[in-house]
Design a protein around this ligand. Structure first.
Ligand code: KIV
Length: 292
């Protein structure tokens, strides 16, 4: 394994906090966020200078191979959160509260949010939903834990929404979304993810509330953007949402690397002389004498 240093440009930047988020909104500077689930990805992202890393429950689909986000558990989320926190020292780290970790009771919600900070090394948590989650949001915030909201396409409600489909497309649905955004703002969330909602609605909401909005499939009028890293890197081959910009095709790269490796081993090109450990001729002769 190489220990060569990558560019030190971003390695000692100041820790990003919820205050940084607010200041960026005030200054009209875009907030950058990506998901990560492991140490090396978090390290590379943090060095690149991303503002925030979300340990998303998208883990269930893009890393663990489930059909949707519902099966992932608190313990699995914490396992990945810890790995990310070992890799990223500057970005604001947000742990995504998994399905059933905050819906059953407010007490559960506070306890599980606390676990993300105490056991997962996170700085904040994210949870899905509007007015129906406001009691949980208030209780977590009053325990001193920063909360990020999530409205629009909320994947944990996929069965209720009838699939992964855009939200807020009718006047009444748009009005309800705006109301929910205001309710969450008043309840004390420090920021709000808007997923798969019409761009003009996302821009309108962003202007109407005091906290920064982070869009995913919600257009350029949000105060920041987030994407699922496996979509960005072309690592998740099952489907790619329309709103994703793919910056690499790592699935194809991996596939090629694995085929090259198999070919090298089968044709005995690997290992070559530069990959092996040797012993001196003297030691070898002694060895042969001893074993004869
Ligand atoms: O789990 C996740 O990755 C998310 C993002 C899509 C915002 O919630």
């Amino acid at each position: 394994m190489s220990t060569t240093n990558v560019s030190p440009t971003m390695s000692h930047r100041k820790k990003v906090t919820t205050l940084t988020f607010r200041q960026k909104k005030e200054r009209g500077e875009a907030i950058t966020m990506l998901t990560a689930y492991d140490y090396p990805t978090a390290l590379a992202m943090d060095k690149a200078g991303v503002d925030s890393i979300l340990v998303g429950d998208s883990l269930a689909m893009v890393v663990l191979g489930y059909e949707n986000t519902l099966p992932v558990t608190m313990d699995e989320m914490l396992h990945h959160a810890r790995a990310v926190s070992r890799g990223a020292k500057s970005a604001l780290l947000v742990g995504d509260m998994p399905f059933m970790s905050y819906q059953v009771s407010v007490e559960d919600a506070v306890r599980n949010a606390g676990r993300f900070l105490q056991q997962g090394g996170m700085d904040a948590v994210k949870l899905e939903g509007g007015r129906e989650r406001v009691d949980a949001v208030r209780a977590i915030v009053s325990a001193g834990i920063p909360v990020m909201g999530h409205l629009g396409l909320t994947p944990q409600s996929v069965n209720q929404l009838g699939g992964f489909r855009a939200q807020g497309k009718t006047a009444s649905a748009a009005k309800r979304l705006l109301e929910d955004a205001r309710i969450l703002d008043e309840a004390g969330v420090f920021s709000l993810v808007l997923e798969s909602v019409p761009a003009r609605l996302a821009e309108y909401i962003s202007r109407q509330i005091s906290i920064p909005t982070i869009g995913i499939g919600a257009g350029p009028g949000c105060d920041g953007q987030v994407l699922v890293t496996h979509d960005v890197l072309g690592l998740f081959e099952r489907f790619t949402p329309k709103f994703v910009k793919q910056y690499a095709n790592f699935h194809a790269e991996m596939n090629k690397a694995f085929m090259d490796y198999i070919d090298d081993v089968e044709s005995k090109r690997f290992p070559a002389v530069e990959h092996i450990v040797e012993m001196t001729d003297d030691e070898w002769s002694s060895f042969l004498k001893e074993v004869k």
